[in-house]
Design a protein around this ligand. Structure first.
Ligand code: F6R
Length: 252
Protein backbone atom coordinates (compact mmCIF):
# COMPACT_ATOMS: atom_id res chain seq x y z
CA UNK A 1 0.00 0.00 0.00
CA UNK A 2 1.22 3.47 -0.85
CA UNK A 3 -0.05 6.84 0.31
CA UNK A 4 -0.31 9.15 -2.68
CA UNK A 5 -1.63 12.68 -2.29
CA UNK A 6 -3.00 11.64 1.11
CA UNK A 7 -4.94 8.71 -0.38
CA UNK A 8 -4.27 5.03 0.24
CA UNK A 9 -3.55 3.12 -2.97
CA UNK A 10 -3.45 -0.67 -3.08
CA UNK A 11 -2.31 -2.34 -6.29
CA UNK A 12 -3.20 -6.01 -6.56
CA UNK A 13 -1.88 -8.34 -9.27
CA UNK A 14 -5.26 -9.50 -10.59
CA UNK A 15 -8.98 -8.77 -10.64
CA UNK A 16 -9.58 -11.63 -8.19
CA UNK A 17 -7.08 -10.28 -5.67
CA UNK A 18 -8.44 -6.77 -6.08
CA UNK A 19 -11.93 -8.11 -5.38
CA UNK A 20 -10.80 -10.09 -2.34
CA UNK A 21 -9.04 -7.10 -0.82
CA UNK A 22 -12.05 -4.85 -1.43
CA UNK A 23 -14.31 -7.44 0.23
CA UNK A 24 -11.92 -7.61 3.20
CA UNK A 25 -12.12 -3.84 3.66
CA UNK A 26 -15.92 -3.91 3.53
CA UNK A 27 -15.98 -7.03 5.73
CA UNK A 28 -13.75 -5.32 8.32
CA UNK A 29 -16.15 -2.38 8.40
CA UNK A 30 -19.08 -4.74 8.97
CA UNK A 31 -17.28 -6.65 11.73
CA UNK A 32 -16.06 -3.53 13.53
CA UNK A 33 -19.38 -1.69 13.22
CA UNK A 34 -22.13 -4.25 12.66
CA UNK A 35 -24.74 -1.50 12.23
CA UNK A 36 -22.78 0.33 9.54
CA UNK A 37 -24.40 2.26 6.71
CA UNK A 38 -22.81 1.15 3.44
CA UNK A 39 -22.96 3.02 0.14
CA UNK A 40 -22.88 0.53 -2.73
CA UNK A 41 -21.99 0.59 -6.42
CA UNK A 42 -23.02 -1.61 -9.32
CA UNK A 43 -21.40 -2.25 -12.72
CA UNK A 44 -18.86 -4.82 -13.81
CA UNK A 45 -16.09 -3.86 -11.36
CA UNK A 46 -17.59 -4.86 -7.97
CA UNK A 47 -19.07 -8.21 -9.09
CA UNK A 48 -16.05 -10.12 -7.71
CA UNK A 49 -16.17 -8.15 -4.44
CA UNK A 50 -19.84 -9.07 -3.93
CA UNK A 51 -19.05 -12.72 -4.70
CA UNK A 52 -16.36 -12.70 -2.01
CA UNK A 53 -18.66 -10.96 0.50
CA UNK A 54 -21.26 -13.67 -0.13
CA UNK A 55 -18.56 -16.31 0.49
CA UNK A 56 -17.53 -14.53 3.70
CA UNK A 57 -21.15 -14.56 4.82
CA UNK A 58 -21.64 -18.25 4.04
CA UNK A 59 -18.29 -19.59 5.23
CA UNK A 60 -17.16 -17.10 7.86
CA UNK A 61 -20.48 -15.90 9.24
CA UNK A 62 -20.12 -12.28 8.10
CA UNK A 63 -23.31 -10.82 9.51
CA UNK A 64 -25.34 -8.33 7.47
CA UNK A 65 -28.38 -8.35 9.76
CA UNK A 66 -27.82 -4.83 11.15
CA UNK A 67 -26.37 -3.30 7.98
CA UNK A 68 -28.14 -0.51 6.11
CA UNK A 69 -27.34 0.11 2.44
CA UNK A 70 -27.78 2.96 -0.02
CA UNK A 71 -27.00 2.37 -3.66
CA UNK A 72 -25.44 5.16 -5.67
CA UNK A 73 -27.78 5.08 -8.59
CA UNK A 74 -30.50 3.55 -10.72
CA UNK A 75 -31.41 3.94 -14.36
CA UNK A 76 -34.41 6.13 -15.13
CA UNK A 77 -36.96 5.24 -16.20
CA UNK A 78 -36.63 1.54 -15.52
CA UNK A 79 -38.73 -0.93 -13.60
CA UNK A 80 -36.93 -2.58 -10.69
CA UNK A 81 -38.15 -5.93 -12.04
CA UNK A 82 -36.15 -5.42 -15.25
CA UNK A 83 -33.08 -7.63 -15.24
CA UNK A 84 -31.05 -4.55 -16.27
CA UNK A 85 -32.06 -2.58 -13.18
CA UNK A 86 -29.56 -2.00 -10.44
CA UNK A 87 -32.18 -3.27 -8.02
CA UNK A 88 -32.08 -6.60 -9.88
CA UNK A 89 -28.26 -6.51 -9.97
CA UNK A 90 -27.99 -5.98 -6.21
CA UNK A 91 -30.51 -8.71 -5.47
CA UNK A 92 -28.73 -11.08 -7.80
CA UNK A 93 -25.15 -10.38 -6.67
CA UNK A 94 -25.58 -9.70 -2.95
CA UNK A 95 -28.91 -9.19 -1.23
CA UNK A 96 -30.52 -12.56 -1.97
CA UNK A 97 -27.41 -14.39 -0.70
CA UNK A 98 -26.85 -12.68 2.66
CA UNK A 99 -28.90 -12.08 5.81
CA UNK A 100 -29.57 -8.41 5.15
CA UNK A 101 -32.84 -6.94 6.40
CA UNK A 102 -34.75 -6.02 3.22
CA UNK A 103 -36.19 -2.92 4.96
CA UNK A 104 -32.67 -1.57 5.34
CA UNK A 105 -31.92 -1.65 1.59
CA UNK A 106 -32.23 1.60 -0.36
CA UNK A 107 -31.93 2.09 -4.11
CA UNK A 108 -33.27 5.15 -5.95
CA UNK A 109 -36.64 4.30 -7.48
CA UNK A 110 -36.26 4.23 -11.26
CA UNK A 111 -40.04 4.29 -11.61
CA UNK A 112 -40.68 7.32 -9.40
CA UNK A 113 -43.40 9.56 -10.85
CA UNK A 114 -42.24 12.57 -8.86
CA UNK A 115 -38.52 12.57 -9.49
CA UNK A 116 -37.74 15.67 -7.44
CA UNK A 117 -39.50 14.23 -4.44
CA UNK A 118 -37.76 10.88 -4.85
CA UNK A 119 -34.38 12.65 -4.83
CA UNK A 120 -35.20 14.76 -1.77
CA UNK A 121 -36.51 11.73 0.09
CA UNK A 122 -33.43 9.68 -0.79
CA UNK A 123 -31.21 12.33 0.76
CA UNK A 124 -33.46 12.49 3.83
CA UNK A 125 -33.21 8.72 4.26
CA UNK A 126 -29.41 8.88 4.11
CA UNK A 127 -29.41 11.63 6.73
CA UNK A 128 -31.87 9.77 8.94
CA UNK A 129 -29.63 6.69 8.81
CA UNK A 130 -26.80 8.88 10.17
CA UNK A 131 -24.91 9.27 6.88
CA UNK A 132 -22.78 6.74 5.03
CA UNK A 133 -19.95 5.09 6.94
CA UNK A 134 -18.26 3.44 3.98
CA UNK A 135 -18.97 4.23 0.35
CA UNK A 136 -17.89 1.77 -2.35
CA UNK A 137 -17.27 3.39 -5.75
CA UNK A 138 -16.43 2.29 -9.26
CA UNK A 139 -15.31 4.85 -11.82
CA UNK A 140 -16.35 5.64 -15.37
CA UNK A 141 -13.77 6.09 -18.12
CA UNK A 142 -14.66 9.79 -18.05
CA UNK A 143 -14.22 10.07 -14.27
CA UNK A 144 -17.86 9.78 -13.32
CA UNK A 145 -18.54 8.50 -9.82
CA UNK A 146 -22.07 7.39 -9.23
CA UNK A 147 -23.57 8.76 -12.43
CA UNK A 148 -22.14 12.23 -11.88
CA UNK A 149 -20.99 12.96 -15.39
CA UNK A 150 -18.43 15.66 -16.27
CA UNK A 151 -20.09 19.06 -15.73
CA UNK A 152 -19.34 22.71 -15.20
CA UNK A 153 -19.91 22.38 -11.45
CA UNK A 154 -20.02 19.50 -8.96
CA UNK A 155 -23.54 18.14 -8.53
CA UNK A 156 -24.47 18.32 -4.88
CA UNK A 157 -27.31 16.01 -4.02
CA UNK A 158 -29.29 13.10 -5.46
CA UNK A 159 -30.60 14.20 -8.85
CA UNK A 160 -31.75 13.11 -12.29
CA UNK A 161 -28.78 12.83 -14.65
CA UNK A 162 -28.57 12.79 -18.44
CA UNK A 163 -26.11 10.01 -19.21
CA UNK A 164 -23.43 11.03 -21.69
CA UNK A 165 -22.78 9.09 -24.90
CA UNK A 166 -19.56 7.56 -23.51
CA UNK A 167 -21.44 6.08 -20.53
CA UNK A 168 -24.33 4.82 -22.68
CA UNK A 169 -21.76 3.21 -24.97
CA UNK A 170 -19.80 1.65 -22.07
CA UNK A 171 -22.93 0.28 -20.41
CA UNK A 172 -24.47 -1.06 -23.62
CA UNK A 173 -22.50 -4.27 -23.00
CA UNK A 174 -25.09 -5.18 -20.36
CA UNK A 175 -28.05 -4.62 -22.76
CA UNK A 176 -29.27 -6.37 -25.91
CA UNK A 177 -28.71 -3.22 -27.94
CA UNK A 178 -27.43 0.29 -27.30
CA UNK A 179 -30.95 1.62 -27.93
CA UNK A 180 -32.14 -0.24 -24.85
CA UNK A 181 -29.81 1.66 -22.50
CA UNK A 182 -31.84 4.27 -20.57
CA UNK A 183 -30.67 7.80 -21.31
CA UNK A 184 -31.08 9.00 -17.74
CA UNK A 185 -30.39 7.86 -14.21
CA UNK A 186 -31.04 8.91 -10.65
CA UNK A 187 -27.74 9.36 -8.88
CA UNK A 188 -26.45 10.43 -5.53
CA UNK A 189 -24.61 13.72 -6.02
CA UNK A 190 -20.92 14.38 -5.51
CA UNK A 191 -21.87 16.24 -2.33
CA UNK A 192 -23.69 13.18 -1.01
CA UNK A 193 -20.77 10.90 -1.89
CA UNK A 194 -18.02 12.93 -0.30
CA UNK A 195 -19.96 13.20 2.95
CA UNK A 196 -19.29 9.47 3.47
CA UNK A 197 -16.84 8.87 6.33
CA UNK A 198 -14.72 6.46 4.26
CA UNK A 199 -14.55 5.83 0.53
CA UNK A 200 -13.20 2.74 -1.22
CA UNK A 201 -12.84 3.05 -5.01
CA UNK A 202 -12.29 -0.06 -7.12
CA UNK A 203 -10.95 -0.12 -10.65
CA UNK A 204 -9.59 -2.83 -12.90
CA UNK A 205 -8.43 -3.12 -16.48
CA UNK A 206 -6.15 -1.09 -18.74
CA UNK A 207 -9.08 1.05 -19.96
CA UNK A 208 -9.23 2.59 -16.46
CA UNK A 209 -5.48 3.35 -16.19
CA UNK A 210 -5.65 6.88 -17.61
CA UNK A 211 -8.59 8.03 -15.52
CA UNK A 212 -7.10 6.53 -12.35
CA UNK A 213 -3.88 8.50 -12.82
CA UNK A 214 -5.88 11.66 -13.54
CA UNK A 215 -8.11 11.10 -10.50
CA UNK A 216 -5.12 10.80 -8.20
CA UNK A 217 -2.80 13.37 -9.76
CA UNK A 218 -4.93 15.67 -11.91
CA UNK A 219 -6.32 19.09 -11.08
CA UNK A 220 -9.53 18.92 -9.06
CA UNK A 221 -12.31 19.98 -11.42
CA UNK A 222 -15.93 19.07 -12.16
CA UNK A 223 -15.01 18.13 -15.73
CA UNK A 224 -13.33 15.08 -14.12
CA UNK A 225 -15.71 14.46 -11.20
CA UNK A 226 -13.56 11.77 -9.52
CA UNK A 227 -10.78 14.32 -8.86
CA UNK A 228 -12.89 15.64 -5.96
CA UNK A 229 -11.75 12.55 -4.03
CA UNK A 230 -8.39 14.26 -3.50
CA UNK A 231 -10.18 16.52 -1.01
CA UNK A 232 -11.69 13.64 1.00
CA UNK A 233 -9.85 12.70 4.20
CA UNK A 234 -10.22 8.90 3.95
CA UNK A 235 -10.09 7.44 0.44
CA UNK A 236 -8.70 4.03 -0.46
CA UNK A 237 -8.11 2.99 -4.06
CA UNK A 238 -8.12 -0.76 -4.68
CA UNK A 239 -6.72 -1.35 -8.16
CA UNK A 240 -5.54 -4.22 -10.25
CA UNK A 241 -2.12 -3.87 -11.89
CA UNK A 242 -3.64 -2.83 -15.23
CA UNK A 243 -5.67 0.00 -13.79
CA UNK A 244 -2.59 1.18 -11.86
CA UNK A 245 -0.30 1.06 -14.91
CA UNK A 246 -0.23 4.83 -15.52
CA UNK A 247 0.67 5.52 -11.88
CA UNK A 248 4.08 3.96 -12.43
CA UNK A 249 5.21 7.19 -14.03
CA UNK A 250 4.65 8.88 -10.70
CA UNK A 251 5.46 6.20 -8.09
CA UNK A 252 9.15 6.23 -7.28
C1 F6R B 1 -22.50 2.16 -10.74
C2 F6R B 1 -21.86 3.47 -10.83
C3 F6R B 1 -20.89 3.80 -11.92
C4 F6R B 1 -19.90 2.66 -12.20
C5 F6R B 1 -18.97 3.04 -13.35
C6 F6R B 1 -18.01 1.93 -13.69
O1 F6R B 1 -23.35 2.10 -9.62
O2 F6R B 1 -22.14 4.30 -10.03
O3 F6R B 1 -20.18 4.95 -11.56
O4 F6R B 1 -19.18 2.39 -11.04
O5 F6R B 1 -19.73 3.36 -14.48
O6 F6R B 1 -18.69 0.84 -14.21
P1 F6R B 1 -17.97 -0.56 -14.48
O7 F6R B 1 -17.64 -1.14 -13.15
O8 F6R B 1 -19.01 -1.39 -15.19
O9 F6R B 1 -16.76 -0.25 -15.31
Amino acid sequence: MKIINGMKVYVEPSYEEMSTLAARLVGAQIRLEPNSVLGLATGGTPVGMYKELVRMHKEEGLDFSKITTFNLDEYYPLSRESDQSYYYYMTDHLFSHVNINKDQIHIPNGEAKEVELECINYEKKIQKAGGIDLQVLGIGNNGHIGFNEPEESFAKRTHLVDLVEDTIQANSRFFDSIDDVPKQALSMGIGSIIKAKKIVLLANGSHKAKIIAETIYGDVRPQVPSTILQFHPDVTFVLDAEAAAELKKYIK
